[in-house]
Unconditional design. Structure first.
Length: 218
């Protein structure tokens, strides 16, 4: 139950070296008409309501945040909901490195929601604030541990070059099993999906926070 509550909170809150290559995102105006108006329980159809009932069992925030988008495709949303539980709490990737991988995607996509939700989780899991802060500034963190550097290089190459060099893959395999590599790749891809949902909906972080500055277009 605590795991599911954490998933709900994270989603609802949901924000030298290899160059960051994703164009910067806009800052969304709170005065603009929402692209996805907030759904109300009485508006849900027979496909959406069962999924909403599951969300409400574990979420104190109702069906807002990314759930508002996920409910518009309830079958997909349910499966994404289940996948996130595995990738956050049952993955073979150590928690610190898993949260670091999520932050990398948040930075690449300038997802204020994702960054705001996962920055404190990464720090709590043992990632040094200096590493997270330099990542947030669009830099390759200078003080990464060897395992962090291996994860960073792998995730960055795969995300920006759409390929991974033999040298980078070898470094990762020196510390990760085959299953861990697959899980790391999967958490990266899944949080791209979460970031895309948030960006497509023009969602800002809670309170209008913008911890990430837009990256220059490459």
């Amino acid at each position: 139950m605590k795991r599911w509550i954490a998933v709900a909170s994270a989603l609802a809150a949901v924000g030298a070296g290899i160059a960051l290559m994703i164009p910067g995102a806009r800052v969304y105006s709170a005065d603009k008409t929402p692209r996805f108006p907030q759904l109300k329980l009485e508006e849900l159809n027979e496909q959406q309501r069962p999924f909403a009932d599951e969300i409400l069992k574990i979420s104190s925030l109702g069906i807002s945040g990314p759930y508002n988008e996920m409910l518009r495709s309830p079958m997909m949303g349910q499966r994404l909901f289940n996948l996130l539980d595995y990738l956050r709490f049952n993955t073979t990737v150590p928690r610190k490195l898993n949260e670091f991988a999520i932050l990398i995607q948040a930075r690449l996509w300038t997802s204020q929601v994702e960054w705001t939700a996962h920055y404190p989780l990464a720090i709590k899991a043992g990632l040094a604030p200096a590493v997270a802060d330099e990542l947030g500034e669009g830099k390759r963190p200078a003080s990464m541990q060897p395992d962090e550097a291996a994860v960073y290089d792998y995730c960055m190459e795969l995300s920006t070059k759409h390929d991974v060099s033999d040298a980078t893959f070898k470094r990762l395999r020196e510390i990760f099993s085959e299953q861990q590599v697959v899980d790391l790749t999967s958490v990266s891809g899944t949080y791209i999906t979460v970031a895309m949902l948030a960006n497509a909906a023009e969602e800002s972080a809670p309170g209008g926070k913008t911890p990430l500055k837009p990256l220059p277009a490459r």
